[in-house]
Design a protein around this ligand. Structure first.
Ligand SMILES: C[S@@+](CC[C@H](N)C(=O)[O-])C[C@H]1O[C@@H](n2cnc3c(N)ncnc32)[C@H](O)[C@@H]1O
Length: 323
């Protein structure tokens, strides 16, 4: 039986309950679990003030930062195969395989179901300011990085294969590729030049704000693999970016979007910060589906130590061989 994505993906009755808190909980938890990367537990004073100022002045309506909305999201908008309601899905969502089931046999609505406001962020200031200073940090813990690197070693073309080109979108000073991995062309795209300059795996880099200019500065059919690590949630024009990804991938080329439950929540899109892990897989899957030119997307849960380290999920697809 097919999974059905509801036509409306707006939460009803949003309530501001809390800022995002990082949980080392079940990898498939449907509760909100993104974190303020550098300081997961607290909202900085400046932001508290900013939020208060904005809301009390009526300058901006409270955005949908809600705890537990992931579960509500599914209850309201998803009709899962074999489930009679939210409770049964929530229970199954606690199992590792639930994330992997989310993209199986989806009945997608005809039209892209998200609205413009789903791509708003708490901090709408230019991304160039936010990423102005380099951050030589890692955004997920070591077991999660190791799981991702292992996954890459299983799906990447062998190191130093002639003619292979890889694009690491939303890149920084690390790409988490297997140790010693090389190709003729490994391009990093990101926001901070100092970070990209230090990334040892890259053969070239491009600094570009994809939320201002989503056009990828590359020829059609020129990349074998595109990666994006813990950053798909910052894209405010994902349809444009995914269409571009489809254009620049070679037929059969692989796009691997990975994410955890951590993020710079002020910069992540509203639909991400108000939903949970399983929803995130569906959201990324929808980008592939509606961009066109891709095979049906699939989700993989590569979380290394469920409940004890950062979860790690992959949503991937290949460009259609005929596209
Ligand atoms: C959480 S970091 C992840 C970096 C790297 N992928 C990693 O795994 O360490 C988010 C990255 O997304 C990129 N990013 C955020 N907003 C972006 C935008 N508007 N355009 C292009 N890249 C962006 C930044 O360059 C930043 O390095």
């Amino acid at each position: 039986m097919a999974n059905r994505l509801g036509l409306t993906l707006q939460q009803k009755n949003p309530i501001l309950a809390s800022v995002c808190i990082h949980h080392h909980t079940s990898p498939s938890s449907t509760s909100i679990s993104c974190a303020f990367d550098s300081h997961p537990q607290k909202l900085p004073k400046t932001l508290k003030k900013k939020y208060k100022d904005r809301t009390s002045s009526g300058y901006r309506t409270p955005r949908r930062v809600v705890l537990g909305i992931g579960a509500a999201f599914w209850a309201q908008f998803m009709s899962m195969a074999g489930n009679t309601g939210f409770k049964s899905f929530a229970a199954s969502a606690r199992q590792k395989s639930a994330i992997e089931q989310v993209l199986k046999n989806v009945e997608w609505p005809e039209q892209f179901p998200f609205k413009e406001e789903d791509f708003q962020r708490f901090d709408e200031s230019p991304d160039t300011s936010f990423y102005e200073s380099p951050r030589f940090v890692t955004h997920i813990d070591n077991p999660a990085i190791a799981a991702l690197t292992k996954y890459y070693s299983e799906v990447f073309p062998p190191s130093t294969t002639p003619g292979i080109a890889i694009l690491d979108m939303c890149s920084s000073w690390v790409s988490h590729f297997p140790a010693g991995y090389k190709q003729d062309r490994i391009v990093g795209m990101g926001m901070n030049e100092e970070e990209l300059k230090r990334n040892p795996v890259l053969t070239e880099y491009v600094v570009q704000d994809l939320n201002v200019n989503p056009k990828l500065p590359f020829e059609d059919n020129s990349f074998d693999v595109i990666t994006n690590v813990v950053s798909v949630d910052y894209l405010t024009k994902p349809m444009d970016v995914f269409k571009e990804m489809s254009r620049i991938l070679k037929p059969g080329g692989l796009a691997v979007m990975s994410f955890s439950n951590r993020c710079f929540w002020t910069k992540a899109i509203s639909i991400w910060t108000s939903t949970g892990d399983a929803d995130h897989a569906m959201i990324v899957g929808s980008y592939f589906h509606y961009a066109g030119g891709f095979e049906p997307p699939q989700a993989v849960d590569i979380s290394p130590n469920p409940g004890r380290s950062d979860p790690m999920y992959i949503v991937y697809s290949r460009k259609l061989a005929t596209a």
